[in-house]
Design a protein. Structure first.
Length: 358
């Protein structure tokens, strides 16, 4: 992790904060943004000076390649405030590494680690009042990179913009979630960009997810593109299944995002001594377990919700309901992770990172 600030940053502060206008008890996730944002341009073969300026529109040429060829990647992170006003992040090194993994796959120049952390932590210091201490509160952080070079020739851009936006967030709760097992549409294919956190992956999900929503389901659990028989991801989250007392999830691959929360669940499960299997999971296996009454739980794991329990699924037109459990694995993992994130319990894994006072 970075220990000393080495980066010069140009800072233009907002003339007036809008924080007094915000109702922090009634936030719509991802629609309210803090007073400032960070940006850095890539030109002439190198990343330029980091800049923090008031949040607002950016200007791009209509022929900017992001609009035509989709060179766009992003990450999702959170910051929390301790009782002593210290600021903490959860495994930010994993997000920084994954951003560059995505960059390589989309022929985008990697963003240097020292610039990433110096810029992010300086921005968090400026926006510290936006990080609330109330239960469930956090600051959602969205780093992203887009291709900004003008021109519609079909080749990688020579100019890019890296940015970080911050959005205050409450505890995420989506209510009861029922999912549809995909049997027509696919999220990704072998050799593609499923493992990268690129914008196109999400755009491609919107239409089949809308069809699922119209049919009464909140999300789609994606299956492999070749056979539609193997379960891979749940909406925008990694997915876990509990059959009996065994926790099962699919292995990561070039089709499946290597989720930070997924890694954390697996580590916590191992620490607790739970039986865990990381392997291919057939839709027919899950259907059979549901019919036999041995399918105890399903849940998604991701940054926004941390853990999102799934109460039922549909496969080939048949609905299956999962039993309610008072001592669920989902509840355990959500509490364990959020308690570590908010410094309410010991972090023996070294996952939390104290933001430097820059």
């Amino acid at each position: 992790m970075i220990t000393d600030k080495k980066t010069a940053i140009e800072i233009q502060r907002a003339t007036q904060s809008k924080i007094s206008e915000i109702d922090f008890s009634n936030l719509d996730f991802g629609n309210v943004f803090t007073d400032h944002m960070l940006e850095c341009d890539y030109k002439d073969g190198k990343w330029q000076t980091l800049k923090i300026r008031p949040y607002g529109p950016i200007s791009l040429d209509p022929s900017a390649k992001v609009f035509h060829y989709g060179q766009a990647i992003f990450e999702g992170m959170k910051a929390y405030k301790g009782d002593d006003d210290s600021i903490w992040m959860f495994r930010p090194d994993e997000n920084q590494k994954r951003l560059n993994t995505s960059a390589v796959r989309l022929a985008i120049p990697e963003f240097p680690k020292d610039l990433f952390f110096d810029g992010l932590e300086t921005l968090l210091n400026i926006e510290k009042d936006w990080i609330q201490k109330e239960e469930g509160s956090s600051l959602y952080i969205r780093p992203f990179v887009i291709a900004t070079e003008s021109g519609v020739s079909a080749n990688p851009a020579k100019e890019y913009k890296f940015m970080i936006l911050c959005s205050p967030a409450q505890s995420y709760y989506s209510g009861e979630v029922r999912v549809l097992f995909a049997d027509t549409y696919s999220r990704s294919a072998s050799g593609g960009v499923g493992f990268a956190k690129c914008a196109g992956n999400y755009a491609g999900q919107f239409y089949p997810t809308k069809l699922a929503n119209d049919a009464g389901y909140q999300q789609v659990v994606w299956t492999d593109a070749s056979t539609h028989e193997n379960l891979e991801e749940a909406g925008t989250m990694n997915v876990f299944f509990r059959i009996g007392d065994t926790l099962i999830t699919a292995p990561t691959s070039d089709r499946i995002l290597d989720g930070v929360t997924r890694k954390s669940v697996l580590a916590l499960a191992e620490d607790k001594g739970l039986q865990v299997e990381v392997r291919t999971i057939s839709v027919y296996e899950i259907e059979a377990a549901a019919k036999a009454g041995t399918l105890k739980e399903m849940f998604g794991a991701g940054t926004a919700a941390v853990i999102n329990p799934i109460v039922g699924f549909n496969f080939q037109g048949v609905d299956y309901e999962l039993p309610k459990s008072e001592n669920s694995y989902a509840d355990y993992f959500k509490k364990a992770i959020t308690d570590i994130q908010t410094k309410k319990s010991e972090d023996k894994f070294g996952w939390t990172y104290k933001v430097r006072n820059l």
